[in-house]
Ligand binder design. Structure first.
Ligand code: SF4
Ligand SMILES: [Zn+2]
Ligand SMILES: [Zn+2]
Length: 308
């Protein structure tokens, strides 16, 4: 029997390949919480008295995030924000699990139902020219609505459950595509550069997807058991699989090295990277780099299709 490298008394249950450490369940939970706290402190993500909105989807990452934030900062003014995207049984399944869980945590939950409040769901984009890039459309809609809700609710910062695997996949894709603009935006904290934009923080950016899954599972936190039916062919899932199954197998430190070297050696060059000029959308008044924001362009198209 191998013993935990931290307490040297209990049997090790978890092997962290990137640091070659074996931990028992209790030491893993402590390690996880300590590392999240260190990340929040290092990037000064949360200040005393701030109202923090947490985007909760019903998945393991955002479930682990809201739980660990409540545990680390019991008196923090937290509010959950959930978007029901109207995706077949998947969205209602996520919604039900979340409602009960957030209530138990004694945190207020803002729910936004696309179908009920806007008259369309993500499925309505399937029949448009964007049908093949449904996750990218879904991402645009989620970013817009989360920001709008946070802005209207006077939330100071919006926390998302993005993990290390998510971030490394985006860096990897930016390198592949030579997408310097997108690369320049990758950061544990995205400041608000317009009065109607809410700053974003990623407290789990140093935690792997597996660590979030283990944390949520060992604590028996409820998270969705269904996968989104629209995720088939999703680029990010394919590239994450490639990174985990091929590269990390050979180089266990790959994900940590890529993000840390990006933050230390590449991100500083972006401090002087030209910011795009921000206007207000002529339809909704929210910030955009064009005269009509991406959300209004997309939704006008789909609303026309529904009416026709
Ligand atoms: S898998 Fe794609 S369509 Fe489904 S919720 Fe995620 S981003 Fe949206
Ligand atoms: Zn231990
Ligand atoms: Zn708009």
């Amino acid at each position: 029997m191998r013993l935990c490298h931290a307490c040297l008394s209990k049997p090790a249950e978890i092997f962290l390949d990137y640091s070659q450490r074996r931990l028992c369940i209790d030491c893993f939970l402590k390690y996880y919480e300590k590392k999240v706290k260190q990340t929040i402190d290092k990037y000064r993500m949360i200040k005393v008295g701030e109202k923090i909105g947490v985007a909760v989807s019903g998945g393991k990452d955002s479930t682990a995030l809201i739980y660990v934030l409540k545990k680390l900062y019991p008196s923090l003014n937290l509010v959950g924000i959930h978007l029901n995207l109207g995706i077949k049984e998947y969205s209602n399944h996520c919604n039900e699990i979340l409602r009960e869980f957030i209530k138990k945590l004694n945190i207020p939950l803002i729910e936004f139902n696309l179908l009920k409040q806007l008259g369309f769901s993500i499925h309505d984009f399937e029949g448009t020219e964007h049908g093949k890039k449904i996750c990218s459309i879904c991402g645009t809609i989620k970013r817009y609505l989360l920001n709008k809700i946070a802005y209207e609710e006077r939330i100071n910062k919006l926390a998302t459950g993005h993990n290390l695997d998510d971030i490394v996949e985006v860096i990897f894709n930016c390198y592949l595509q030579g997408d310097v603009t997108q690369l320049s935006r990758i950061s544990p904290i995205t400041p608000a550069n317009h009065p109607k934009l809410v700053a974003r923080i990623k407290p789990l950016c140093m935690m792997t997807e597996m660590e979030n899954l283990l944390y949520a599972s060992y604590l028996e936190l409820p998270f969705r058991s269904l996968s989104c039916p629209l995720s088939k062919g999703n680029r990010s899932l394919k590239q994450k699989r490639l990174i985990n199954e091929k590269i990390v197998q050979e180089i266990p430190t790959f994900k940590h090295m890529l993000f840390k070297s990006y933050l230390k050696r590449i991100a500083p060059y972006f401090k002087t990277y030209p910011n795009v000029e921000i206007f207000e959308c002529k339809y909704c008044g929210m910030p955009t780099s064009k005269d009509v924001c991406a959300f209004c362009r997309l939704t006008q198209r789909v609303k026309k299709l529904i009416v026709e």
